[in-house]
Design a protein around this ligand. Structure first.
Ligand code: ARG
Length: 607
């Protein structure tokens, strides 16, 4: 189904003539007093055409054919063209949308997108810092799939690297087996920290760690078995969290999967001239192709720009995070690795159009360097590489979010608290509900609240974690949207009406029966217009990877619904207003549920 916005844009493009490559866009209006949609194309074209923008707007309007959709467009300000939809056009679009399984969201040309997200580290608890990557990545995956893209989600867990040298020594010397049985990740975390302390004072410990690491890398059986056990124990913990969050990954190769490729990657970087030797390490330096401030291999200090090379092989011969990410890219993009101990199946080559990496903002330099090295090393690769980064979660005191004792907040404990707090609220609101149901509702509301609080702010800004705010039934929160949904469902229960029975059949926009709907009340008309924007907002999210656009849209939709519901009785209305209003209610509920689902958030039927 085409959106009103895109119909207007193509009509406008036809009227504007040759724009010399300037894209003709139409925005939904911020202030609906002046219209429903707006375009600044006349202002954009005025300069190259050396015309007066208002004059040009007038000429465009004279050629524009939109009377089936809008009143005569008006010119505002310096040359904006404003469109006000005719009620008949809104009715036709709304009826078609209500009959559409995709709720008016158009399908877009399919692309293959790999989304690398969550990616926690083995032998460490998943903490609150991992939640944003997990929630954001999952929302992007759901949205991309809904738009018709071919999406592969890949959890790039940190299961390889120098930390395993220390973990192996610790496992063999200070591990407490009982503690490991009781709380595997807690014990792994404890021995890692303890070993780290030992290494600080005793250089022999460092040598021991290096020795164990080399043995692991050389395939020593005992070390391999211990490493696998650490990985298994960690995965159990990750899976528990993912199942609570309702998140699924298509692949979990992890960093270790690429370990046999590392040597070849380093060699190729060297032989292709991408990397060169410096102080025993192999490094990638600036190639001077970019202005200094855009060059990821330069850093500025008080004396000016200085080299900030990316290391791909350390002086001791070890590869690092960058090397692994280069190998990962190579495999993902689908160039055959020359020699690996582990042959790859074709299924493992993703050949994506885009790879999205979701991590916190502190990895910006890593990804800028990674992408730049890749372009130099594999100039023929066309895959779009996107680093979708986010800010930190802060406590209400303005400092990084920590427990009262100053530790990082473990994700499992955070989710427990969310459910517990939601349970208290749900119990206050609906004490008559059976306890099992209250628990289930609290689970949906609690987890939903945490996810929504994470998705709502602009992803690049830090946000303050506030239980009271995120669990409130007022304001832009998941509970408010879930409650709006529940309220609509209760209208149908009260009226004894099956929501499916009010929906038009597919293709119904052409039948006169449905066009009997009038949307005579301003509340009805505004709600129908808001519903039409769902199909305009969803595709936009992937342009800049910003699910918060959807949060804001859903909040506006809920607001439009509540205004409508205040001014328009539904069950007590006379026909045909009653049918139209029931359809508005049902469609709003469907869009709210679908919109929340795209964010990974569920809805209860009652609360
Ligand atoms: N394991 C890393 C961390 O916890 C994130 C990995 C992100 N993905 C990647 N391909 N580098 O910081």
């Amino acid at each position: 189904m085409e959106t009103i916005q895109s119909i207007l844009a193509s009509r406008l493009a036809a009227a504007a003539g040759d724009t010399g490559g300037i894209a003709v866009t139409v925005q939904s209006a911020q202030d609906t007093r002046f219209g429903d949609y707006q375009s600044n194309i006349a202002m954009q074209l005025a300069k190259p055409r050396r015309a007066n923008p208002r004059q040009l707007a007038m000429e465009i309007i004279a050629k524009l054919q939109v009377d089936d959709l809008c009143e005569t467009p008006e010119i505002a300000g310096a040359g904006f063209i404003n469109f006000r939809l005719k009620p008949a056009a809104v009715i036709a679009h709304f009826t078609a949308l209500a009959a559409d399984d995709h709720l008016g969201v158009p399908s877009v040309p399919q692309r293959r997108i790999v989304i690398d997200f969550s990616s926690p580290n083995v032998a460490k608890p998943m903490h609150v810092g991992h939640i944003r990557s997990t929630v954001l990545g999952d929302a992007l995956a759901r949205i991309a799939r809904f738009l018709g893209h071919d999406v592969i989600t890949d959890n790039h867990i940190g299961d390889w690297g120098t930390q395993f040298g220390m973990l192996l020594v610790a496992w063999k010397t200070i591990l407490n087996k009982d503690a490991l049985d009781r709380d595997p990740i807690g014990e792994l975390e404890r021995i890692y920290k303890a070993q780290n302390e030992l290494c600080k004072t005793d250089p022999r410990q460092l040598d021991a760690a290096r020795g164990e690491l080399v043995k692991l890398q050389d395939g020593n059986e005992e070390n391999d078995a211990i490493w696998k056990e650490m990985r298994r124990l960690s995965q159990v913990q990750f899976d528990e969290i993912y199942s609570r969050l309702g998140i699924h990954f298509d692949r979990t190769y992890g960093e270790s999967f690429y370990r046999y490729m590392l040597r070849d990657v380093v060699n190729e970087l060297y032989h292709s001239g991408t990397a060169r030797e410096s102080d025993g390490a192999l490094c990638v330096f600036s190639d001077d192709s970019l202005p200094e401030r855009d060059d990821p291999f330069l850093i500025k200090d008080e004396n000016g720009w200085k080299p900030a090379p990316a290391i791909v092989r350390k002086a001791d011969g070890a590869s690092n995070y960058t090397t692994t990410d280069l190998a990962t890219l190579k495999l993902r993009v689908g160039f055959l690795p020359r020699t690996t101990d582990k042959p790859c199946t074709t299924d493992e080559f993703f050949r994506p159009d885009e790879i999205i990496y979701v991590t916190d903002g502190r990895q910006q330099l890593h990804f800028r360097q990674l992408f730049a090295i890749w372009r130099r090393w594999q100039p023929e690769s066309t895959a779009k590489l996107s680093h979708v980064w986010f800010g930190s979660i802060m406590g209400e005191d303005g400092k990084p979010f920590k427990t009262r004792s100053g530790d990082t907040v473990k994700l499992g404990e955070l989710l427990d608290e969310a459910e517990e707090r939601a349970f208290t609220t749900v119990t206050e609101k609906s004490p008559e509900m059976p306890e099992a149901e209250r628990r289930e509702v609290a689970r949906i509301v609690g987890i939903g609240a945490v996810k929504y609080a994470d998705l709502l702010p602009n992803r690049q800004s830090d946000y303050v974690f506030s239980w009271d705010k995120m669990l409130s039934f007022q304001g832009n929160t998941a509970p408010y949207l879930q409650y709006s949904y529940v309220r609509i469902r209760s209208i149908f229960r009260k009226g004894g009406i099956d929501p499916a029975s009010v929906r038009p059949a597919a293709g119904a926009e052409h039948s006169t029966a449905n066009n009997a709907a009038t949307l005579a009340e301003p509340g009805e008309l505004s709600l129908a217009k808001k519903l039409a924007q769902f199909g305009e907002v969803v595709p936009m999210i992937l342009d800049d990877h910003r699910p918060n656009l959807l949060c804001n849209y859903l909040y506006e939709l809920a607001g439009a619904f509540h205004s409508f519901f205040e001014s328009c009785p539904v069950l007590k209305a006379v026909e045909s207003a009653r049918s139209t209003r029931l359809l508005l209610c049902d469609t709003t509920a469907r869009v709210l549920a679908k919109g929340l689902d795209l964010l990974g958030i569920g809805v209860p039927e009652r609360m």
